[in-house]
Structures are given as C-alpha cells and as structure tokens.
Design a protein around this ligand. Structure first.
Ligand SMILES: Cc1ncc(COP(=O)(O)O)c(C=O)c1O
Length: 384
C-alpha cells in the first residue's frame, strides 16, 4: 500500500508556517509527539509514581527501534545520546592487544572521532581516512588504512557537513576481510533512509531520535550484533546495565546478557514517550517508501540547483547521497539568516547551507528554496 504522505504532513503544524528543510538538525514536531510528552506530564501530575509505565515505555522504544533496523530488541541499547552509546561501546574494547588501531573517516561528526581519540590514553591508535580531491572518500582510501591491526572502523553513514553518503557495504567488506569490526553512525540517515542492519552487515550502529526519527533530544540507541554482546563488557555501566535491575546487589557487576549492558542509569523517560510516538510514525509511513520519496526530493533539489548555476557540494549520484543537499556560500551564516527571514529553515556548517529533506517535505518546498537561492545569489553565491 502506498503511503499517503500529504495526510502525514498535516500532522506537523509547523509545516503550515515554514518551509522546513532542517530535519538533519532536528525534526518538525508531530502532534502525536507533543501529545506523548503531554501524557508524561499529565501522568506525573495525576499519578506521581508510575515506574512500570516508565519501564514499559523504555522497552517499547527498544522494540520499535529494533523493528526500524530489522534486528531483535535484545540487540538494542536505549541510550541518552548517540555519544553515550559510542562511549559505552568504546569502554568495552581492549586497546592493549594486537588490534589497537581505530580507523575513522574524515566525514565523522565530531563526537565519533573525539571519543575514539579519548581512547588514546588507553592505548588506541586513531587514524583518519582522508577525502579525495573531489571531496568524497573513495573505497581505495579505506583499503589503504584498514589492516590486520585494525580493531574497529568507525564511519558515518551520511556526512553532516556535505551530505555525502559513504559506500557502507564496500567498507564493511574491506573491514571484515581484515577481521575488523564496523561501527556505523547512522544519525544523519536512519528515519530518512531505510537502514537494515542485517543487509548492511555492520557490527554496531548508533543514532538518535532528534532528527529523522521524529522524536526529541536526549535519547539515542546503540545496536550491537547478537554474537558480539557476550564478549564485550563495558566499564561504562550502571544499574540499568545489570542482568537483574531489581537485584540491587552492590557486591558485583553482572552485565545483562542483552545489549542493555551498554545502558547506565534511569532511562530518559520523558524522551522515551516522544521517541515512541516518533518511531510509530516512521513505521507507519514505511522506511522504504520514505527513502524513495526523500531521494526524489533531493534529486529535484540537485537538478534545480544546476539549472540556476549553483552546484551543490553533495554528490549528484543518488547512491552517494542521503537526505541532505549542501550548497557552498561565501557567507553561509548570512544566507541562513536571509532564508530564515523568508521562513525557509535550513542550517549551516562550514561554508555550506544544508537543506535536509524528510517525507513531509514537498516539491514546492524545494522550489521555494531554490528560487530564494537564485534571488540571493549576487550577494551570497559561492563565487567570492
Ligand atoms: C552524524 C551524527 N552523529 C552524532 C551526533 C551526536 O549525537 P548526540 O548529541 O546524541 O551524541 C550527531 C548530532 O548532530 C550527528 O549528526
């Protein structure tokens, strides 16, 4: 059955006021997500303590996230951020053995490079895979650096700066051929692209619910391949990471047999309410249909930009692009401000304006953005 995206769009009141192309920073808020947060508030006012409901919300988020990624709930840790998930994972590795090398790409979001550099104190050696002259990172660059000393290849799915999408299956093949594991940071992709952990064959995956998963800040997830869980014991831990949360045993650390061992303290409960509502919309809309729609929108954006002679820094090949189109400007902050005055919400990183698309965007949103860019070109175009 094909998804009625026009009907879904009507659930996001903000979209009546704004041309909202900023889901890569944070999503537009759905009425059902607001209602879910309000339900938490009402419950706190009326009931006070409702521990079982809290725990059920956390478990519901775990189960829904597992469905989105095509994995089991036991392979999902619900974390307070993507960073918390990476930190828990990093704490479980041994950097004193023969696989002390961590390969990160130059497309990483800061957190996922910084956390690996933080492990240098524990013996890790971190190397960066550089981009080529065209701004993309080809597989050959990974091939040169991934070797028998590599413990982990930590890569982003879609670069937060320029929207380029890495060849994840290719990187996974290279890493696994050398016996290295792969961590995929899918925060700039999951929810807008169909992300299937099994077919990607990644070992670990992180992300969060603020962007394309339609939830809120302060909640994320870590996926850990089932067969790897038992061998990884995080030192970054807590009572919610224990096999029996209610045991209250202070004499030992007994990690859960599931990926819950990568959690820590009391779950981010109010954020679980929001995340649950957001994930339900993603599953209702169908990730595969969402990806097709998002690709149509970004392709239209790329084509219209070419027509006005303002080429994007994002790759034109559909397979190398996620939900973001980034265009260079000689004054990205100034251009961002002008667009905001016209109620066109984008974001900027480095010298680029980023337009990020979700299923609730329309051809008209793209056309409005590109027409505005055409008008601003004399002052803000890429040529200085
Ligand atoms: C690709 C990517 N990874 C990680 C993060 C950081 O996530 P968190 O703040 O939940 O740790 C972001 C946030 O924008 C991101 O875009």
């Amino acid at each position: 059955m094909s998804t009625d995206f026009a009907a879904l769009r009507r659930r996001f009141p903000l979209l009546e006021q704004k041309t909202y192309l900023n889901s890569g920073s944070y999503c537009a808020l759905a009425e059902s997500v607001r209602d879910a947060i309000n339900a938490y508030m009402d419950d706190r006012l009326a009931v006070g303590a409702n521990w079982d409901v809290w725990i059920n919300k956390n478990e519901s988020v775990r189960a829904l996230m597992a469905r989105v990624l095509g994995v089991t709930a036991d392979e999902i840790a619900v974390t307070a951020s993507a960073s918390a998930g990476i930190n828990a994972l990093a704490s479980a590795f041994d950097y004193t053995g023969p696989r002390d090398k961590i390969v990160v790409s130059d497309f990483e979001f800061p957190t996922s490079a910084q956390i690996w550099h933080a492990q240098e104190r524990r013996g890790a050696r971190v190397v960066h895979v550089p981009r080529a002259a065209d701004g993309y990172i080809p597989l050959e660059h990974f091939e040169r650096l991934i070797d028998e000393r590599t413990g982990l290849v930590a890569v982003t799915h879609v670069c937060f700066r320029n929207g380029a999408r890495l060849d994840i299956p290719g990187i996974v093949r290279l890493a696994h051929a050398k016996g290295a594991r792969v961590l995929l940071d899918t925060y700039q992709a999951v929810g807008a692209l169909a992300v299937d952990a099994r077919s990607l064959d990644v070992d670990f995956m992180v992300g969060g619910m603020l962007k394309y998963l339609l939830g809120t800040a302060g909640i994320g997830f870590l996926y850990v391949r089932q067969s790897l869980i038992e061998g990884l014991v995080p030192t970054n831990s807590g009572w919610f990471a224990q096999q029996d949360i209610s045991a209250m045993d202070i004499t030992a650390n007994r990690p859960s047999a599931s990926a819950r061992r990568f959690e820590a303290g009391t779950p981010p409960v109010v954020n679980c309410y929001a995340a649950e509502a957001g994930l339900k919309i993603i599953l209702e809309a169908d990730p595969v249909q969402i990806e097709t729609r998002v690709r149509t929108l970004t392709r239209r954006c790329m084509e219209r930009l070419r027509e006005i002679g303002w080429p994007a820094v994002t790759p034109s090949d559909d397979a190398r692009r996620g939900p973001m189109v980034a265009v260079p400007s000689r004054d990205a902050a100034g251009l961002f401000g002008r667009l905001m005055q016209q109620s066109i919400v984008t974001s900027f990183r480095d010298d680029n304006i980023r337009a990020t698309c979700h299923f609730y965007n329309t051809d008209e949103d793209i056309d409005r953005l590109v027409s505005a860019l055409a008008a601003h070109r004399p002052r803000f175009g890429p040529e200085g």
